[in-house]
Write a protein that binds this ligand. Sequence first.
Ligand code: EPU
Length: 409
Amino acid sequence: MHGEVTISGSKNAALPIMAATLLTGEPCVIHRVPNLSDTRFMARILESLGTQVKFERGTLTVRAQKIRGYGDYDLVRKMRGSICIMGPLLGRLRKARVSLPGGCIIGARPINLHLKGFAALGATIKIEGGYVDATARKLNGATMFLGGRAGSTVLGTANVMMAAALADGVTVIESAACEPEVVDLANFLCAMGAQISGAGSPTITVTGVAKLHGAEHEVIPDRIEAATYTIAAAATNGEITLKGARADHLRAVIDKLSEAGVSVEKRGANLVVRRKGKLKSADVTTLPYSGFPTDVQAQMTALFTLTPGISIITERIFESRFMHVSELARLGADIEIEGPSAIVKGGRLLSGAPVMASDLRASAALVIAGLAAKGTTQVNRIYHLDRGYERMDVKMRKLGARIQRIQEK
Ligand code: EPU
């Protein structure tokens, strides 16, 4: 793959920022919102709550003048990320009712930490008939510890930060998620008049204010999309330029790829990716930020199938995020699962086959492996891919990949 690709706005930053527009009746304008099925879906959820939404050429305008405190059961249930409407609804209306999100293919995905945070602010939580209800006559700032089984929680931190923005007094979130998406949300909230400090560190302090106002914001570039194209270039021995990707959000990925024989260099506002020679095996463990992201684990596994030697990939965030492994095996990859680790005996020539996408990042891994494999690979169920990658087929083709979208039968 050769050429330039422009990195889209971050899906996982855009979703909570979209939800945050519920915190004010004034119009909010958000730029660089990626056009994805997940963001379009979030726009529908906002509309179902009574807001007016306009989404045109990457700019989203939301006015949440008069809103309801409950989300449509089926809409909310269909997208896990929509749980982040709960914090703003609770903050603004003192009541929120959403369908309890279930687990998904990558793990159980509980929301106990979100609820623990709301309860600490004084909300009463009830789970009934598949709904979770949070109500409060008054929200009071509190000090809370939001660490869980796997460390911090990204959307849990976002949710509590949003509710606390309109609480009385000071909230301190300990063991807060440090992800750049949390920082982007905090920046948007501050532009709305919130008082937040410490975002990006494990201790976030929110001083509640009586009211928030409309604001304009530009979403950060998607570090996971950038990492995915970087790995695709490495897998195909290409040289590509990622326009707008931020090296400071990709330290762990760049460091691991360097160990694996891939150079990622900052050149002005861009990153340039090329191989340094032969690919080398390495070990990777996923961790909360600033560790190696779980959302890049599947793509990295695909790369290691092409890398001579043994690589061990350990997944510490989600308990069953290895669905791509059996599909990679269809292409001839030799991977064994041992507890939370995948042991990849790499360096074989992969051979194209029909495969099935199981989730968003697994789909990306299959595309990467398919690009490097001999022959043709057909990736089915690409609606998973469209949830989180803006026009991946078009962007990849521009980089020289032979990839085509075929109508699903
Ligand atoms: N967890 C709990 N209790 C909670 C919440 C989380 O035990 O109340 C556990 C989870 O089960 C998991 C760990 O904590 O083991 C981390 O989960 P987290 O809450 O951070 O995940 P999330 O906020 O629901 C976001 C991204 C995911 C990404 C994770 C981890 C969005 C919309 N989603 O999910 O993105 O994998 O953070 O970085 O921001 C993706 O884009 O493909 C994706 C799955």
